[in-house]
Design a protein around this ligand. Sequence first.
Ligand SMILES: C[S@@+](CC[C@H](N)C(=O)[O-])C[C@H]1O[C@@H](n2cnc3c(N)ncnc32)[C@H](O)[C@@H]1O
Ligand code: SF4
Length: 498
Amino acid sequence: MKMLTFYFSGHNFEYEARNDLRIFDLNIGYEVKLSGKSYNDTGLAMVSVLNDDGNSLVSTACLYLKDQLLFRAKYESDEIFLESADSKRLKKILVVKSIHSVLKRYYGVNPEYGILTGVRVVKILITALKHGKTKKETTKILKDTYEVLPEKIDLLWEVLDIERKYVNEEENKQNYNLYAGIPFCPSKCSYCSFTSYTGAKEAKIDKYIDVLVYEIEETIKMALRRGLKLHTLYIGGGTPSVLNERQISVIFDCIKKYYDLAEIKEVMFEAGRPDTLTEEKLMFLKEIGVNRISINPQTMNERTLETVGRKHSSKDIVNKYNLARKTGFDWINTDIILGLPGEDEADVNYTIREIIKLRPENITVHSLAYKAKSELTRQSEELRKDYDLIRKMYETVKKECIGSGYIPYYMYRQKNIKGNSENIGYTLPEMESLYNIVIIEELETILACGLGASSKIMKQDGRHVPIRNFKSLEEYEGRIKEILQNKKRLLFDEKEII
Ligand SMILES: C[S@@+](CC[C@H](N)C(=O)[O-])C[C@H]1O[C@@H](n2cnc3c(N)ncnc32)[C@H](O)[C@@H]1O
Ligand code: SF4
């Protein structure tokens, strides 16, 4: 395996340096040596030095190969403009910018999101505006400090324009969003990293639902005691539509004891796999109060569907989609993935055109994320190809969507994502999913139930405290009381909470 040795002096920002290296190369190994000014290395070495001369901070990075200097970069604190005064952050940014500058030249790639590696990019804009920065100043921070490319900055403002109407601190603090996870699928898709079980017997699913319903009910009781208002309900997975009508009823009956679903703006049920849908099930979902579903093609190319193990054809997608329309669903999402094995720009072009013909209200575009290190078989040389390919696919999808009246309404990034791109949701006007916006921008409390589910409790000062449920079925089912205790502690114990 290719290796890079970091030599740090004046700082120890290993996490940040490694994340920056991962933007460029998912295959390279690295080690860190804290050093003085000297080093002796026979391989690839990055010497990163941070100096404080009393007036300003200076960061330099030099990349050497077998003692020969390849590239050098230098940044001073006077050149950096941040959304808030934070000296530790300033130091990190200085170090990362110099390392990034050197890696950009070494790999010959100019990453679209610059030095940003976090998930929530639009949140940077929301935070800067909250700190009193103007649009011009915020754009300058994105461009000069974080080195985001202009077309991505435009995208971020466009997304914020849609999201803006949901940013209302007082209201956001009163709301909560309930998530229930169903970790079962009809078959495993080769690219998928979500925890899910295939081929589960009815009894195993029933046992899980018993525990889930207990968690949902106890969670709702806590939310009510805290005076929180239910904003959206999201049944996700896995594939919730593997459940039969009886199992679905058990979940909804429990929620309906406390809420009239007709009054909840968004009641989402992921029905992603067409091979789990029948006319009866769709009608049942409609009657029970679901107002938004997803039917996910991922791709409309038969060959790829087979390669990734989807076990349904593109015709099944169209048929089940039309059935859902016939049943009365007027808010349908479709997920696609860019960068699936063997696909090129023309395949993606075909997929998006076929989907747009159906006129779903939402189209969510994911860039393929590599699920495990072992699968990252690409060589560094191929990275440039990934960047170019994903960029072309992204442009194709954007052109088709915008040209057909869709607008981008939320976006987020992931680690280990192909082409270091983003995931982006398009919507027909006024049909955006609130749940997607509030979860990605961390606007409101999310109370999540089920295996591996992630809750976020919003504190009075706007911080979000995460709680993660156990990821193994045995632990989730066996330690549910502990999970609820944890939720209760975070919702009630401290004075500072909501
Ligand atoms: C939790 S999955 C549930 C969807 C549903 N079970 C289905 O298959 O249609 C949500 C979405 O994540 C996306 N996804 C899953 N694995 C991914 C990966 N490795 N890279 C990019 N997107 C991925 C897919 O588009 C998928 O529809
Ligand atoms: S993509 Fe959907 S159906 Fe496929 S394994 Fe992941 S959650 Fe299950």
